[in-house]
Design a binder for this molecule. Structure first.
Ligand code: C2E
Ligand code: CA
Ligand code: CA
Length: 306
């Protein structure tokens, strides 16, 4: 199955896109994450049918969301082996055409290292995809061995700063400097910069102060099933959904209480989504955040929009 993780505008918190991330459901057993099977799938070439399915499914879901009125960008990951296939462009084009998804809303993510395997070929493929209307993101930016000159040669729309840099940005080391340099470079080159793996309000604040365009991370939401997302809010407008969920929180389920406590540690935002593990499943709870005066007695207050 595909799960989707929202991507947000850093200034407005509005959801700008959703990244499709594959999971392997094994009837009754726990779900496998890509780290458990993508490597083997690459080696055995099974990544080709799996990856093709993922693109088709993401386009189908994207088209479904669009027809529900949610005009949102969908990002899909294309692996190194997939990207090296002679038919990669036609495979992606066919998936888009079959689904009826508007290619202008499809973003193709390849990692920096995939892009650098054969830079000439990469430039050609990316240009073909651009001409079909899609946008291009360079994933895990900063960890591959690449030369900055390719930023000029490849038609790139988005740079995704690898989460290893984001993790320590507020610790005062070199990661903060690297991230702010990438943001500045993105601005100068007119490339959108997305920070990945944002988990804390401090990281969010740093990125905001440095003018990063977008972010994704557990701070707002884990990847989740399409159905769960459909139910969730599309643009994080303060106050929406709050009453319903505030009631749930006050009803005192232990897992949700824990969740509310976690949410209250977040001081600046007025709205966030938290996903909590209960014994059986995940629940996403958009919680209205008000700084609580008594941290020992967490209580979510309904937010009254100004
Ligand atoms: P990626 O494209 O770099 O995806 C980001 C990963 O970071 C995802 O892991 C996501 O769940 C995780 N993540 C998001 N926010 C946070 C956060 O705040 N903290 C932390 N610690 N992690 C966060 P996931 O879903 O396990 O995917 C791992 C990798 O598998 C992806 O890395 C991508 O390279 C690959 N992958 C996922 N889906 C597909 C697919 O459909 N096709 C292909 N070819 N590769 C895929
Ligand atoms: Ca990705
Ligand atoms: Ca990444």
């Amino acid at each position: 199955v595909l799960h989707y993780q929202p991507q947000h505008d850093l200034q407005t918190q509005a959801v700008t896109g959703r990244e499709a991330l594959i999971r392997w459901e094994r009837g009754g057993k726990n779900m496998l994450r890509p780290g458990d099977f993508i490597g083997v799938a690459e080696e055995t070439r099974l990544i080709l049918p799996i990856g093709e399915w993922a693109i088709e499914e993401a386009c189908r879901q994207g088209a479904a969301w669009h027809s529900e009125g949610t005009e949102i960008r969908i990002a899909v990951n294309v692996s190194a082996r997939q990207f090296q296939q002679p038919n990669v462009v036609s495979m992606i084009r066919d998936a888009v055409e079959h689904s009826g998804f508007d290619p202008h809303f499809l973003e193709i993510e390849i990692t920096e290292s995939t892009a650098m395997i054969d830079p000439d070929l990469t430039a050609e493929i990316l240009l073909d995809l651009k001409n079909l209307g899609m946008s291009i993101a360079i994933d895990d930016f900063g960890v591959g061995h690449s030369s900055l000159s390719y930023l000029k040669r490849f038609p790139i729309d988005t740079l995704k700063i690898d989460q290893s840099f984001v993790q320590d940005i507020t610790r005062g080391g070199s990661d903060g400097a690297i991230v702010s340099a990438v943001i500045a470079m993105g601005k100068a080159l007119n490339i959108r910069v997305i920070a990945e793996g944002v988990e804390t309000p401090e990281q969010l604040r740093f990125l905001k102060e440095h003018g990063c365009h977008e972010y994704q991370g557990y701070l707002f939401s884990r990847p989740m099933a399409a159905s769960a997302l459909s139910e969730m809010i599309h643009t994080a407008s303060p106050g929406a959904f709050t009453h319903r969920y505030a009631r749930t929180i006050q009803s005192g389920l232990p897992a949700i209480e824990h969740c509310a406590r976690a949410a209250t540690q977040c001081d600046a935002t007025h709205f966030a989504t938290w996903q909590c593990a209960t014994s059986a499943h995940f629940i996403s709870i958009p919680v209205c955040l008000r700084r609580l005066s008594t941290p020992d007695a967490p209580r979510a207050e309904p937010h009254t929009p100004p």
